[in-house]
Write a protein that binds this ligand. Structure first.
Ligand code: TYD
Ligand code: MG
Length: 454
C-alpha cells in the first residue's frame, strides 16, 4: 500500500510546510497551521475524458493566429460589463462575497435568465426544494437549468460529462471535496485541488465555470489568496447587508479591465440591475439641509453622483469622536487637519460623523472636496444649494487638486440636471462652451467656500 502523505497548511494564506509551525512565515498569523492529508497514495484520477486533452507545442509569437476572443453575451448587462464585455468560454470565474450578501441569489438569477444556455447549478449548501423555491421567487423557471445537490467533485464531473452544460455554477467551492485528497471540505488543500480540477475541466471542455466562494471576516477570499492566481477572473460582491445596494467589482480579470463596476438593488424578488446609479445615491429630499454635499465620483469607469453627509457637533466629553461610514477614517482625519491648519476652522473640539449615502464604499479621491464641503456646511449650519456638485481632491496644503476623467464627471452632473460643478482650476483642457452646466475652477478651499456660501 502506498504511503499516506501529509503536510501542514496555513489556513489563512495557504502556506505549506512539512512540519507544524506556530507562526506562519508567509502571513505572520499565529496558530494557523493544520495538518492535512494530501494524498492517499492513489494516483490522481482524471474524471473527464482524456481524449479532449490538447497537446501544446512552442510556437513563435508572430505565427500565432489572432482569433478574436469569443464572448457570450449574457442577459445580465451588469455582469457582462464587469466581465469585460461578456463571458469568455472556458473561463474560471471566482465569485466572492461575505455570507448572506446575495451570491447564490445572483447566480441563480443568472441561471434562470440564460434560457438559451444549458446550465448545471451545483449546490452543496441548500436542498433542491430550497433552491427551487428561491428560483420561483426570483422569476420564471428556466427549463434548461439543471440542479444538482452534490459535494463530491468526481460525481459533479460525471454528471457534467453526461449533461454537457454550456455553463457550470459551483455553490460553493468551500463545500466541494475531491477524492484525491483526504482532508475535510473547506480546508486549504481541498479547495486548492478542487479548483485545479475545475480549472482543467473548464479549459478542456471550454465550459465557463463560476465558483462561489465565501469571504472570511478579514475580507479575503476564503481559501484565500491560493485561489486568486489560479482562476481567470475574480469578482467580488460587496455591500452593506443592511442596505439594499450591492456592488459587483472585478478584482482580477484576464479578459478585460478591472475597472468595471456593476450595481444591483436587492429586492424581495431578487436583484435588480441599477442602470443609473446616481439617481439612487442622491436623496430626493428637496429641503435644504446643512451637512450634505454631492460629489461627482467615478467608480472604475462609471461616473456616479454620490451624496456625502456630515454632522459636526461640540464634543460632549473630552476626546472628540470621528467616525466615517463608507469613507476612509484616516483620510477624514487628514482632511480635518487640513481644514484646521490651513483654513483656520476650529474643528479640534468637535465630534465629526461622516456618512456616504446608500451604504456604499468610495475610494475615489475626487470625493474629498464634497467631504470638506459637507463638514463645513454642518459646522456653520449653512445648507449647500441642491444644484451644485463638487469633484476634486484636497491636498495637504489645502489646495484643490485635479482628478482624472473630469469631462466624464461633468457630463454626468449635467445629465442629472445640476447647474454648477466645482472642480480644480488645474484640470486643464475643459472648455466651458462644450457644456451647459457652469464649471467653476478653484485652487483653494476658501474660494470654494465663497462659491458655496455666498
Ligand atoms: P444569498 O444569495 O443566500 O447569500 P449568499 O449566497 O451570498 O450567502 O442571499 C441571502 C439574502 O438575500 C437573504 O438574507 C435574503 C436576501 N434576499 C432578498 O432580499 N431577496 C430575494 O429575492 C432573495 C432570493 C434573497
Ligand atoms: Mg449562498
Amino acid at each position: 500500500m502506498a504511503k499516506v502523505k501529509t503536510a501542514h497548511f496555513c489556513q489563512n494564506c495557504g502556506h505549506e510546510s512539512a512540519k507544524w509551525l506556530g507562526r506562519c512565515p508567509s502571513c505572520n498569523e499565529w496558530n494557523t497551521f493544520v495538518e492535512e492529508v494530501i494524498s492517499k497514495g492513489k494516483n490522481e484520477i482524471s474524471v473527464f475524458s482524456k481524449n479532449t486533452k490538447r497537446t501544446a507545442v512552442p510556437r513563435a509569437i508572430h505565427e500565432i493566429q489572432d482569433i478574436p476572443q469569443q464572448r457570450v453575451q449574457m442577459v445580465d448587462m451588469e455582469l457582462n460589463r464587469v466581465l469585460g464585455g461578456g463571458m469568455v468560454p472556458g473561463s474560471l470565474i471566482l465569485f466572492g462575497g461575505e455570507p448572506g450578501i446575495g451570491k447564490s441569489t445572483l447566480m441563480l438569477q443568472v441561471a434562470m435568465q440564460e434560457t438559451r444556455q444549458k446550465i448545471l447549478y451545483v449546490s452543496g449548501e441548500e436542498s433542491e426544494q430550497q433552491i427551487k423555491m428561491r428560483a420561483g421567487r426570483i422569476g420564471q423557471l428556466n427549463e434548461n437549468c439543471y440542479l444538482l445537490t452534490e459535494t463530491q467533485l468526481e460525481s459533479v464531473f460525471k454528471h457534467a460529462e453526461e449533461l454537457q452544460p454550456s455553463m457550470l455554477v459551483i455553490d460553493s467551492i468551500q463545500t466541494i471535496h475531491t477524492e484525491v485528497i483526504e482532508s475535510s471540505p473547506g480546508s486549504i488543500s481541498q479547495i486548492r485541488e478542487s479548483t485545479a480540477q475545475l480549472l482543467r475541466f473548464a479549459k478542456q471542455t471550454d465550459t465557463p465555470v463560476f465558483l462561489i466562494g465565501h469571504i472570511t471576516k478579514e475580507g479575503s477570499l476564503a481559501g484565500p489568496k491560493v485561489l486568486e492566481h489560479m482562476v481567470d477572473t475574480v469578482l467580488q460582491f460587496e455591500g452593506d447587508r443592511n442596505h439594499v445596494y450591492r456592488l459587483l467589482r472585478s478584482i482580477k480579470n484576464r479578459f478585460g479591465s478591472t475597472n468595471e463596476l456593476g450595481i444591483y438593488e436587492m429586492l424581495g424578488t431578487g436583484l435588480r440591475q441599477v442602470e443609473n446609479p446616481s439617481e439612487i445615491l442622491i436623496s430626493n429630499n428637496q429641503d435644504k439641509l446643512s451637512g450634505s454635499a454631492i460629489a461627482a465620483t467615478l467608480e472604475g469607469l462609471r461616473p456616479m453622483l454620490i451624496e456625502v453627509q456630515a454632522l459636526v457637533s461640540t464634543a460632549a466629553y473630552g476626546t472628540p469622536q470621528r467616525s466615517a461610514t463608507g469613507f476612509d477614517l484616516r483620510r477624514l482625519n487628514m482632511l480635518l487637519a487640513v481644514m484646521e491648519k490651513r483654513c483656520g476652522f476650529k474643528l479640534g473640539a468637535k465630534d465629526v460623523f461622516l456618512n456616504i449615502a446608500g451604504g456604499i464604499k468610495v475610494n475615489d479621491p475626487a470625493i474629498d472636496l464634497a467631504v470638506v464641503a459637507s463638514i463645513l456646511s454642518s459646522n456653520e449650519d449653512l445648507a449647500i444649494e441642491k444644484n451644485i456638485c463638487l469633484s476634486a481632491e484636497v491636498g495637504l496644503s489645502g489646495e484643490i487638486r485635479p482628478v482624472n476623467r473630469i469631462d466624464q464627471r461633468i457630463s454626468e452632473a449635467e445629465k442629472l440636471g445640476f447647474d454648477k460643478i466645482i472642480i480644480s482650476k488645474d484640470n486643464k483642457g475643459i472648455k466651458q462652451e462644450n457644456f451647459k452646466i457652469e464649471i467653476i475652477g478653484c485652487t483653494r478651499i476658501e474660494e470654494v467656500l465663497r462659491e458655496l456660501f455666498r
